[in-house]
Design a protein around this ligand. Structure first.
Ligand code: NAP
Ligand code: MG
Length: 404
């Protein structure tokens, strides 16, 4: 068999712990035997981030701007424990945060739906795609612990030196303070990605904020969406017979639960962080959630929505058997390869991505799955397999699909 050729590289960002183990397995078993894999490799494993003072993360994000498509393994965001565990020079920032602040844009997360794995919300018969704004708010916030007796003020110095000042609070005891921002430009590109994604996938778009309470901050999000919709998208949505619908965030969560799915739910950064985990868990498993960052310049970064599965990794290190679900990481690769194929006009690569996804779904639907799914499947004959056995089963199915 001749391997599929690539013309331009994918940006490959390796990561940490159990997902780093999966990464190598997926490449060795499911990709390299079939594709002449062309990647520009960046090691975002915590040790290497520390050695490079995190410059490798910035370089990887910049490479994504150059090549247009990246695939990223889950990475550790260090906390105090990790600083000790890895003897870090510094508590480096979240790599996802760094990459998102360089690329800007929106993260789309959608569940991988397979027969036999039923969502906890029984009326969710279709996928709900959460579109998370990937810039600003809490994630680039500035925080201060305020001592007793302080006066906290919000001060803006304009270009011409004039100032705007608001009192936040007079503290009669110790307290806390947070400053966050967003940019109209970023909000508009968030809105644009959501409208485009809705048109591409022919799904309704829902958006919600807390604009009744946050009359400037959240209301600006609402206004920018509304204005862009009116100006550029209303006609296109009507032609595609889809809807744009705005409501309050509390009303949205209630409606989402009662819905049957099949729409895109646009969320501000924090709402999207929390709600995408909720939606993923409700569809069965965090490991069945795909995630792609779409930047306003048209760059794509594919990843799994879950973390590095630390608990499984420690078992793996002790030589114990693990049953870690590789679906989301497989789909990160298939998503990136399909996009590379689309952008470079390589049909074989797009077809390979389809076959890989079908093979992976097929294996689960035939009753071979990792423990997280075996616990919740309705398939009474399901067999729980270990990490390697699952990937080998996908390989076997993929080979039979490729031979056809
Ligand atoms: P996690 O990796 O999301 O795993 C939490 C738990 O969810 C696991 O212990 C496991 O449950 C289950 N799980 C998640 N993915 C699974 C999979 N593929 N297969 C089977 N079960 C899965 O979160 P964590 O272990 O608390 O966090 C570890 C590190 O991940 C942290 O350092 C954090 O900074 C990082 N993180 C990275 C990203 C990212 O890079 N995108 C996102 C989130 C977190 P059981 O233990 O019950 O089996
Ligand atoms: Mg989260």
């Amino acid at each position: 068999m001749t391997k599929i050729k690539m013309t331009r590289p994918l940006v490959e960002m390796d990561g940490d712990e159990m997902t780093r183990v999966l990464w190598k397995l997926i490449k060795d078993e499911l990709l390299s035997p079939f594709i002449d894999l062309k990647t520009e490799y960046y090691d975002l494993g915590l040790k290497h981030r520390d050695e490079t003072e995190d410059k490798v993360t910035v370089a990887a994000a910049q490479a994504t701007k150059k090549y247009g498509v990246a695939v990223k393994c889950a990475t550790i965001t260090p906390n105090a424990n990790r600083v000790k565990e890895y003897n870090l020079k510094e508590m480096w920032k979240s790599p996802n945060g760094t990459i998102r602040s360089i690329l800007d844009g929106t993260v789309f997360r959608a569940p991988i739906i397979v027969k036999g794995i039923q969502p906890y919300v029984k009326n969710w018969t279709k996928a709900i795609t959460v579109a998370r704004h990937a810039y600003g708010d809490l994630y680039s916030g500035v925080e201060i612990s305020v001592p007793k007796g302080s006066k906290a003020e919000l001060l803006v110095t304009q270009e011409d030196g004039r100032t705007i000042k608001e009192t936040i609070h007079d503290f009669d005891g110790p307290g806390i303070l947070q400053g966050m921002h967003n940019k109209n430009e970023s909000i508009e590109s968030f809105a644009r990605s959501c409208f485009n994604f809705a048109l591409d996938t022919k799904q309704d778009l829902w958006f919600a904020t807390k604009d009744t309470i946050s009359k400037k901050y959240d209301h600006t999000f609402r206004d920018i969406f509304q204005e862009l919709f009116r100006r550029e998208y209303k006609g296109k949505f009507e032609a595609a017979k889809i809807e744009y619908f705005y409501t309050l965030i509390d009303d949205a969560v209630a409606r989402v639960i009662r819905s049957e799915g099949g729409f895109i739910w646009a969320c501000k950064n924090y709402d999207g962080d929390v709600m995408s985990d909720l939606v993923a868990a409700a569809y069965g498993s965090l490991a069945m959630m795909t995630s792609v960052l779409l930047s306003p310049e048209g760059n794509y970064e594919y990843e799994a929505a879950h973390g590095t599965v630390q608990r499984h990794y420690y078992k793996h290190l002790k030589g114990e058997e693990t049953s870690t679900n590789s679906m989301a990481t497989i789909f990160a690769w298939s998503g990136a390869l399909r996009k590379r194929g689309e952008l470079d006009g390589i049909i074989e690569l797009q077809e390979f991505a389809d076959k890989l996804e079908k093979a992976a779904i097929g294996v689960i639907e035939e009753g071979i799955m990792t423990k997280d799914l075996a616990l919740i499947t309705t398939d009474k004959n399901a067999k729980a397999v270990n990490t390697v056995e699952f990937i080998k089963a996908v390989r076997k199915k993929l080979e039979s699909k490729i031979e056809k």
